[in-house]
Design a protein around this ligand. Structure first.
Ligand code: ADP
Ligand code: MG
Length: 436
């Protein structure tokens, strides 16, 4: 038995721990940042108004949605039955080529228009007029439900002539160019807003939507009187607020976090996201492994091939490793049993911290809405990290129990698959309902 590596691993475990005192401190700061963000003061939580109000659950009709997240464009048609039930009429997925991702604005929006056209043909859907909700998961400043100015592209997109302009207007122009005037874009929203809209249409106890996938973020329903920075009157007494919690910056970081941050595209930004989301967990684990190789605690030479390139070790691989699958054997890498066990342990440490931070952030928001947890709160969660990482949900639940004790039973974490797309159709229905 090599005691030295065990001591080292124990230290790593300590560096990645989030104990109850740190969690309570995080909640305290989270509330402060929420308050400042809502007041329009400088804050690491942007607290962006979405101009979306909670659905009643009685909205009815067939609505279109497009969901532009990372690598795919999804087009959906969804039927709302008016009693909290949603039927998906059709879904199509279109890959976005590099050419489209880095081309001109016209090419990009014409591509989206043609995808909608192909979808309608494929699914034999025809109607005189369609209302469409547009989930657009990029940083946008909204001044109304159907106006969103792109601040800057992220996730490898660099379509020219779009930054600083209203994305709804540009898509509308393309629809007209392509003779698709029957489609009316009624809303632009972000994926967390979609997830909450879908969750709360189906379940009146759902007050919060969370994304735990490539990135992480959350949204909740806030009383208008608390949104101090909102100047214009709004048609409802509540509005969904996109927290942009990935930016929360009051968490203590360790040297591994700092290394990931330093080598990232946006050093200093998205600090919570870099400790929690799927894009980064593999990279954090990789840096710990490299450190252990340098110290001579991990000896297998074959690992170099997956450790040399940035982001070469993925969260999906971590996840498979945590579930006991031998990812190294599958990639033809020879590694000793001890080294495999060490790396598995690191995977567990990194993913457990992610789940505990995510749960603490949820606890902060729930406590903000309902300080004494008088009511039940169902949290709609979308994303592969939450859905697929073994033990992730259980780790979140045990953190909630540490924070709330028995009252944690009042919080239910609910997988809301594809919420971001379905929710766009729900938001479109809310708008149509307002007009009728
Ligand atoms: P997106 O966030 O782009 O909408 P997903 O919700 O599917 O898409 O999340 C994708 C991310 O989830 C990947 O970047 C990866 O980090 C993580 N992931 C993919 N597969 C798994 C898996 N089997 N277990 C855990 N995490 C995974
Ligand atoms: Mg998604």
């Amino acid at each position: 038995m090599n005691d030295k590596y065990e001591v080292f691993l124990r230290d790593v475990k300590n560096e990645f721990s989030l104990n109850i005192h740190q969690a309570l401190e995080m909640i305290h700061y989270f509330h402060k940042e929420m308050e400042m963000g809502l007041a329009g003061e400088k804050s690491s939580l942007k607290m962006l108004p979405s101009f979306v109000c909670p659905p009643k659950g009685t909205e009815k009709g067939t609505f279109l949605a497009i969901d532009l997240g990372g690598t795919n464009l999804r087009v959906l048609a969804v039927r709302l039955l008016g009693d909290g039930i949603i039927e998906t009429v059709g879904v199509s997925r279109f890959a976005i080529s590099d050419e489209v991702m880095t081309g001109t604005g016209n090419m990009f929006f014409d591509f989206i228009s043609r995808c909608i056209e192909a979808f309608l043909k494929e699914n034999h859907i025809a109607q005189e007029r369609f209302d469409l909700g547009f989930t657009f998961s990029f940083p946008v400043i909204q001044s109304s439900i159907d106006r969103g100015v792109l601040i800057s592209w992220t996730k490898g997109f660099s379509v020219s002539g779009v930054e600083g302009r209203d994305v709804v207007g540009l898509l509308n122009d393309a629809l007209i160019r392509n003779k698709m005037e029957s489609i009316h874009i009624s809303a632009i929203l972000n994926d967390t807003v979609g997830t909450l809209a879908a969750g709360s249409y189906m379940d009146p106890l759902c007050h919060m939507g969370v994304i735990l996938g490539t990135g992480t973020n959350a949204c909740y329903s806030e009383k208008i009187k608390n949104i101090k920075k909102l100047k214009d009157p709004f048609s409802s007494d509540e509005m969904f607020i996109n927290i942009e919690w990935g930016g929360f910056d009051r968490l203590e970081r360790n040297i591994y976090d700092e290394t990931v941050d330093k080598n990232s595209q946006n050093p200093g930004e998205q600090r919570l996201e870099k400790m929690v989301s799927g894009l980064y967990l593999g990279e954090i684990a990789k840096i710990v492994v490299i450190h252990m190789i340098e110290k001579g605690y991990i000896l297998s030479m074959g690992l170099q091939s997956i450790l040399t390139e940035p982001y070469s070790f993925t969260t999906e691989q971590l996840s498979h490793l945590s579930s006991g699958s031998d990812i190294f054997k599958k990639s033809g890498i020879r590694i000793s049993d001890t080294d495999r066990e060490i790396i598995r342990e690191i995977a567990c440490i990194v993913s457990e911290r992610s789940a505990r931070i995510a749960a603490t952030a949820i606890a902060a928001v729930v406590q903000w809405i309902d300080p004494r947890l008088h009511n039940h709160h169902h949290i709609a969660i979308d994303g592969s990290l939450f859905e697929k990482y073994p033990g992730y949900k259980e780790n979140m639940q045990s953190m909630l129990e540490e924070i709330f004790g028995d009252l944690a039973k009042k919080i239910t974490l609910k997988l809301t698959h594809d919420g971001s797309g379905i929710g766009a159709a729900v938001v479109s229905a809310i708008e149509a309902h307002k007009r009728s």
